[in-house]
Design a binder for this molecule. Structure first.
Ligand code: ZZB
Length: 257
């Protein structure tokens, strides 16, 4: 799997996390790295998810630049020739997802520039970076999760407003209109982030978005998603806001990728 690793820069840590960040990181930039297959949807980010139960690390990427992701992905990244050295990135801190809930971050390209880290219980430790940026307009899982977070904000220990950023239409489709994910979630009567119909909704949203979607915002407004996808990815990589991230998938990884 070839993912795009989106870098969401930390603007402010919550109090509980501050104690866990080594002082050697004072003045350095730390980025949450979210693995996505849909770079063209980055305009619609409203938050970014971690699993409260997964143990993450902060890893040194280059001088003054650190990445927040799962151990497994840091190991993979170390062998992809993106950063100096060869081998797993150096870990400088270890933090549980639950301890970074509420972190204020910058979401590249997003209409909502400043968003929060929020909890998602269905994040898999074995996929991507364990960090998932949330696009509720086009991802049924994300829509089901933000809806649930807003409904049970107290239970999740968050402020309701963090989960209630406006969901902006970014891709238009013939079948499901301008808000593919909310439309599908309603149509399939999905009412929880653990609903068994979510994989079906995800599959359908992927297909409709890719084959029939048109961009409604950004530099490629009016272009088919199938063309915009690669263009958005390239410009995110060129601006330093993202990098290519290959999932090993059992196969040998070469240095050139
Ligand atoms: C933003 C986004 C916007 C995504 C969208 C999807 C959609 P796949 O196909 O199964 O590989 N994801 C990434 N890592 C994880 C994880 N560890 N646990 C759970 N979900 C994860 O899924 C890749 C997508 O699943 C990624 O792309 C990410 O969410 C999420 F509009 O990033 B995506 C119809 C989907 N739309």
């Amino acid at each position: 799997q070839e993912y795009t690793g989106i870098k969401l820069k930390v603007l402010e840590w919550p109090e509980k996390a501050k104690k866990l960040i080594p002082s050697s990181l004072d003045g350095a930039n730390v980025y949450f790295v979210a693995a996505t297959l849909r770079p063209e949807t980055m305009y619609g980010q409203t938050c970014c998810f971690v699993s409260p139960k997964i143990k993450y690390g902060i890893f040194k990427a280059t001088e003054g630049e650190y990445l927040f992701l799962s151990d497994r992905s840091a190991r993979n990244l170390g062998f992809q020739g993106l950063f100096p050295g060869w081998g797993p990135l150096e870990k400088v801190a270890e933090i549980l997802g639950s301890e970074v809930i509420g972190t204020v971050i910058n979401a590249p390209l997003s209409v909502h520039k400043t968003v929060r880290i929020l909890p998602m219980e269905t994040v898999k430790a074995t996929k991507g970076t364990g960090v998932v940026t949330s696009v509720p307009s086009d991802s049924p899982d994300d829509y089901a999760t933000v809806t649930d977070l807003a409904k049970k904000a107290d239970y999740y220990g968050i402020e309701k407003s963090w989960a209630e950023l406006e969901i902006i239409p970014i891709i238009s489709t013939p079948k499901y209109g301008d808000l593919v994910a909310p439309t599908l979630v309603q149509k399939l009567k999905i009412n929880s982030p653990k609903d068994a119909k979510l994989p079906e909704a995800k599959e359908e949203a992927y297909k409709e978005g890719f084959y029939h979607g048109t961009m409604m915002v950004g530099e490629h407004k009016g272009r088919p998603v199938s063309e915009a996808k690669e263009l958005v990815r390239e410009s995110l990589i060129a601006s330093g806001d993202a990098f290519a991230y290959a999932e090993p998938d059992g196969q040998v990884i070469s240095r050139s990728g």
